[in-house]
Design a protein around this ligand. Structure first.
Ligand code: MG
Length: 362
């Protein structure tokens, strides 16, 4: 963001009806989340992730939001913080009750920067639902007993470490295995040496042609794999349609589908979509994606990035609307500052406290 762009965003006049009587305060902090294991996918390998944490305080209520910037979309913690900082004047002076109007104004002023938008959206929704005194799932009219099980993700590693990770994930009834390299057969063999539980597989765009994708998926079908996520590069839409017509398990779009408006374009090429708050910009955009996906007859998966319990709990409150959940980002880190959603026998258990229901870890 240039200085000129920053000034244009932060100095824009407030829309009628958005000014509040008492200002709020906004705190922005970049938090380094340390990973329990080095996290490797087709895209990258890392020991930690830097996320943006937002604290929004008003009327004596402290609300929290988180943005996990996705490097694939040219976002990082510094750009997310700068983007949120450019909105400080708007957010601190605006009335949060008509929060849809406020987030529409944010979308109008700030192009891109979906992690920053997600952090702000989550904090506003946490504030509103705390102020109303109801858990977020109740505000949304959802039954907390309808949460799905979450997968636990196994990143790409050596066969020995993969086997160790599978043993550590004994409490989870379904695993998500990262593939997409020449070592896929070894990886699945290492997993199958330890467990016969159902698997879901994410290739993260790793297979580069349609014949390879079909060959790999047919082989995975014989290995007890329930579905496969993003087999080929996001741009290969025609090829994805070709693959889908030749395989027998669902194919889920992740990198090929970021926002609600992407869904009509991909609906013929995939069976479902992995919806992430950090791709689409928060709870409100994720709800629009879920409704749009359903209108096109698609399966709904809720996924995540490496996030603390703030972002994961926000997504978990929407999970009664999903067919599949992969909400384990908080379980992959060693220094989660909060506690919110928990997992019992793989099933997501939502806190029944107001708002997101977060409490500080120790
Ligand atoms: Mg994925």
């Amino acid at each position: 963001m240039t200085r000129r762009e920053w000034f244009q965003i932060s100095a824009a006049p407030l829309a009628p009806g958005l000014r509040a009587a008492e200002p709020a305060s906004l705190q922005l902090e970049i938090v380094r989340l340390r990973l329990r294991h080095t996290w490797t996918t087709v895209m990258s390998s890392s020991e930690y992730r830097d996320n943006l944490h937002v604290t929004y305080t008003r009327d004596g209520i402290t609300a929290r939001g988180e943005g996990a910037p996705i490097p694939r979309y040219q976002e990082d913690a510094a750009s997310a913080r700068q983007a949120a900082e450019s909105l400080r004047g708007l957010i601190e002076s605006a009335d949060p009750w008509p929060f849809r109007k406020l987030t529409a104004e944010i979308a109008r002023r700030l192009p891109g920067q979906y992690a920053a938008k997600a952090a702000i959206d989550i904090a506003l929704v946490d504030w509103l639902t705390q102020r109303l005194g109801v858990p977020l799932y109740r505000y949304l009219g959802l039954d907390p007993r309808d949460t799905p099980v979450t997968t636990f993700s196994i990143g790409i590693d050596t066969p020995e470490i993969t086997r160790q990770k599978v043993r550590e994930a004994a409490a989870f009834p379904v695993l998500k295995i990262k593939v997409g390299l020449a070592t896929d057969e070894e990886t699945i063999a290492a997993v199958r040496a330890e467990t016969s539980k159902p698997l879901r597989v994410d290739a993260n765009e790793g297979w580069k042609d349609k014949e390879e994708a079909v060959r790999k998926i047919h082989w995975l079908e014989s290995q007890g794999v329930e579905f496969v996520e993003q087999p080929m590069p996001a741009a290969m839409l025609e090829e994805a349609r070709w693959v889908r017509s030749r395989v027998h398990i669902p194919v889920i779009a992740d990198e090929a589908c970021l926002h609600p408006e992407d869904i009509p374009r991909i609906a013929e090429a995939y069976d479902g979509v992995n919806i992430k708050l950090m791709k689409c910009g928060g709870i409100q955009a994720a709800l629009r994606m879920i409704e749009t996906a359903r209108a096109f007859g698609l399966k709904v998966m809720l996924g995540c990035m490496i996030e603390s319990s703030i972002g994961i709990t926000a997504a978990a409150h929407l999970s009664p609307l999903a067919d599949y959940a992969d909400l384990d980002g908080n379980l992959l880190i060693a220094n989660d500052p909060y506690r919110g959603v928990t997992v019992e026998d793989g099933k997501l258990v939502l806190p029944n406290r107001p708002g997101l229901g977060l409490i500080r870890a120790n």
